[in-house]
Design a protein around this ligand. Structure first.
Ligand SMILES: [Zn+2]
Length: 386
């Protein structure tokens, strides 16, 4: 049997007044998701274990069958994996934002969404000055810092302290002195760097310093193929998801036009998934757009992204006779514009059916699976649909 899992990031929501008390999933026109629920079966999934943050990395690890309480080591090492950076056993990779700090206040955690080219020039200049630590350019403000013989640190995500004095939020713990030293060096190296002189002359925010956070060692994930006896692949525009896939030994299927934003090419994802299923047993398609719409607090964009996702599912259903499932990783409710940790609805079109008649948060509660732990999902999917 072959399997497709379609993940709409942040797709689950709460009843929205502007939608007459319906959720975006209930209000959107989703004939294909509804068919999966009607001809298949549903349930709810607890993707965020107690004590874990409601992050996409945590939730997607869960859904792939890896209990985050055991396997999650931080965002940094997953991004290192997606960038193809090999970490030694004693290395620790920190996500390293280029940020704008003015008079000690975190003004912008993204340095004005600095371009990748500008970011690369700054990170290369920094790398020369911070030995034995290493700086690696990534995408835009999202870069990487690797410490060797590292002991770890407690860090704060820069997007959580926008508008605040950074001093009480500096790293603490074994790696803190080196991390803080690297931050100080970055201030000196960036201060008069041509990239920043140019940005200031164009009225843009300069990248005044790095902000390292969410560090960890490379996670020791059992390989997907060994764990399930199936060849798996993943489609995502998001580095973290690609990193998880790479750590799990899955094939990373690059799709031109996959942007990780509202304008992503949904149909291209469907076509590449169908193509990959000729040689793979399982394809995980991650679509970021509903989460972005949730963060924007845009009802219209959220409903729209769900409808585009449904069309993508329709394209897959037209050409695929295996098992199809659809679910979000976590809710990103319009009302709060951030991730929440409530269980999410899933639907599986396979061998079994229950009495659910459409795909939604309220309907899936009645599904035959009840509430499962996130990491139980794939083992159950494969067991029940051999
Ligand atoms: Zn997510």
């Amino acid at each position: 049997m072959k399997y497709v899992l379609i993940l709409g990031d942040g797709m689950a929501d709460e009843p929205v007044a502007a939608l007459g008390g319906r959720t975006p999933l209930e209000a959107a026109y989703t004939p294909n998701m509804d068919q999966i629920a009607r001809d298949g079966c549903c349930g709810m999934l607890k993707t965020i274990p107690e004590g874990c943050e409601a992050g996409s990395d945590i939730a997607n690890l869960s859904i792939l069958g890896y209990d985050p309480r055991r396997y999650y080591t931080g965002r940094g090492p997953l991004e290192a994996a997606s960038m193809g950076i090999h970490l030694e056993k004693s290395d620790m990779a920190y996500r390293c934002n280029l940020s704008t700090v003015t008079e000690g206040v975190m003004n912008d955690f993204s340095a004005g969404h600095i371009s990748s080219g500008e970011g690369e020039a700054l990170m290369i200049a920094l790398d020369r000055e911070i030995s034995p630590a290493s700086a690696f350019p990534g995408v835009s403000y999202r870069n990487l810092l690797v410490l060797h013989d590292a002991g770890g640190a407690v860090t704060v995500p820069p997007h959580d302290i926008v508008g605040q004095d950074i001093t009480p939020h500096l790293p603490t713990g074994a790696d803190a002195p080196l991390l803080i030293r690297c931050m100080e060096i970055s201030r000196e190296v960036f201060a008069d760097h041509p990239v920043n002189r140019d940005r200031i002359s164009r009225g843009l925010a300069p990248a005044s310093q790095i902000w390292p956070w969410s560090g960890g060692k490379s996670p020791a994930l059992p390989l997907f193929g060994d764990k399930y006896g199936k060849k798996g692949g993943i489609i995502s525009a998001v580095d973290l998801l690609k990193g998880i896939g790479r750590c799990a030994g899955m094939e990373i299927i690059d799709v031109p036009g996959a942007t990780g934003y509202l304008d992503t090419d949904y149909q291209a994802k469907a076509r590449y998934a169908l193509l990959a299923l000729k040689h793979l047993d399982f394809v995980y398609i991650h679509v970021e757009a509903p989460d972005e719409a949730g963060h924007l607090g845009s009802v219209r964009e959220k409903v729209n992204s769900i409808e585009r996702l449904d069309e993508m599912i329709g394209t897959i259903m037209d050409d695929f006779s295996g098992v199809i499932c659809v679910l979000p990783d976590h809710p990103t409710p319009i009302a709060v514009r951030t991730h929440t940790r409530d269980p999410v609805p899933f639907a599986i079109l396979g061998r079994h059916r229950d009495s659910c008649t459409s795909y939604s948060e309220r309907e899936a509660v009645r599904g035959k699976y009840g509430i499962l732990e996130g990491f139980e999902f794939l083992p159950r999917l494969f067991r029940d649909n051999p």
